[in-house]
Design a protein around this ligand. Structure first.
Ligand code: ZN
Length: 317
């Protein structure tokens, strides 16, 4: 068996309800770039929105299926419990003030000698910011957020497991994470990447959550190319899991499997990326459809609520 180690998180995908509120939160408040506006390939009446850094690099991408009127989920075991974003050292105070200016309540907490600014998005999804040196500063400046304060990408994630021992085992034995320590009830794992490379697992099991708006659907880990991706599929199978076939997701290839702690894992390729079907300068402006949906473009667009990326001003305090 080839020695394979993921560099860390490729993307995280969650459910939401209102697409404009989703854009307002992730682009307007957090200052991320809407790098792709497409549809759920299995349900073309629902958007699939991707937010990331300027290029939509792996390790920076959060994606949503905003489904108006869908039921609210409950965060719990078998899900990503908290999505962690990393900001430059010295930026947490800026973010506390900015989030407060949007009437978002924040709390601070410590683990592994790092301070976390924790809050929820408009749907109740749990997010946190942490200052770290790792990862290049953002080249995308939006909404009055200076580059030396802007989100760089994911720091990592906190995985809520119904079987924490099993989840920790798959992180180490299959994905190639290394155990880095234990603190305040969490076990920390690290991968080699600059972003999205630190995963914390609460040592105690969580009761199962319920999927729906305000919860994460799956977390994807990075494979560096298509050749390695096929080797990953084999390794997942040889490790006793049931990976799907390789699925072409237009911007990456994907396989999926559910680990024994209940979390849906995906392994996604770094290539070809988001400039696969539109120019890098124009990412996210037009609704992009896979070729088999192009003949139905007019009807598909008519069924989607219009959305726009807009600058939002926090209240001055
Ligand atoms: Zn995915």
């Amino acid at each position: 068996m080839m020695t394979l180690q993921t560099a860390g998180i490729h993307h995280i995908t969650a459910f939401a309800r209102d697409p404009q509120q989703n854009v307002d939160f992730y682009a307007g408040v957090l200052g991320l770039r809407l790098v792709k506006k497409t549809i759920n390939f299995d349900a073309p009446e629902v958007y699939h929105l991707y937010f990331g850094d300027k290029a939509g690099n792996p390790g920076t991408i959060i994606t949503f299926f905003p489904w108006p009127g869908s039921r609210r989920g409950r965060i719990g075991g078998g899900q990503v419990g908290v999505t962690t974003y990393v900001v430059p050292v010295g930026a947490l105070d800026f973010w506390e003030e900015r989030l407060s200016g949007f009437d978002i309540s924040v709390t601070r907490s410590m683990r592994f000698s790092e301070q976390y600014l924790q809050f929820t998005d408009n749907e109740g999804l749990h997010l946190e910011l942490v200052e770290r040196e790792s990862g290049a500063n953002s080249e995308w400046s939006f909404g009055g957020i200076p580059a030396d304060k802007a989100i760089k990408g994911f720091g990592g994630a906190v995985l809520f497991s119904v079987d924490a021992a099993a989840t920790m085992d798959v992180l180490q034995r299959v994905l190639g994470f290394e155990k880095a320590g234990e603190d305040v009830g969490y076990v920390r794992f690290k991968a080699a990447g600059e972003l999205g490379n630190i995963v914390d697992v609460p040592a105690s099991n969580h009761p199962a959550g319920i999927g729906g708006a305000g919860t994460v659907h799956h977390i994807a880990w990075r494979a560096k190319d298509f050749e390695e991706h096929v080797a990953w599929q084999q390794k997942v199978f040889d490790s006793g899991f049931h990976p799907t076939q390789v699925i072409d997701r237009q911007y990456f290839n994907a396989i999926y499997f559910r680990e024994h702690g209940g979390i849906l894992f995906e392994i996604a390729t770094d290539p070809p990326g988001f400039a696969n079907d539109e120019a890098a300068e124009e990412l996210g402006q037009r609704i992009m459809l896979p070729s088999w949906y192009e003949p139905s473009r007019e009807q598909i667009e008519a069924n989607l609520l219009p959305i726009e990326v807009r600058e939002l001003q926090p209240k001055q305090r």
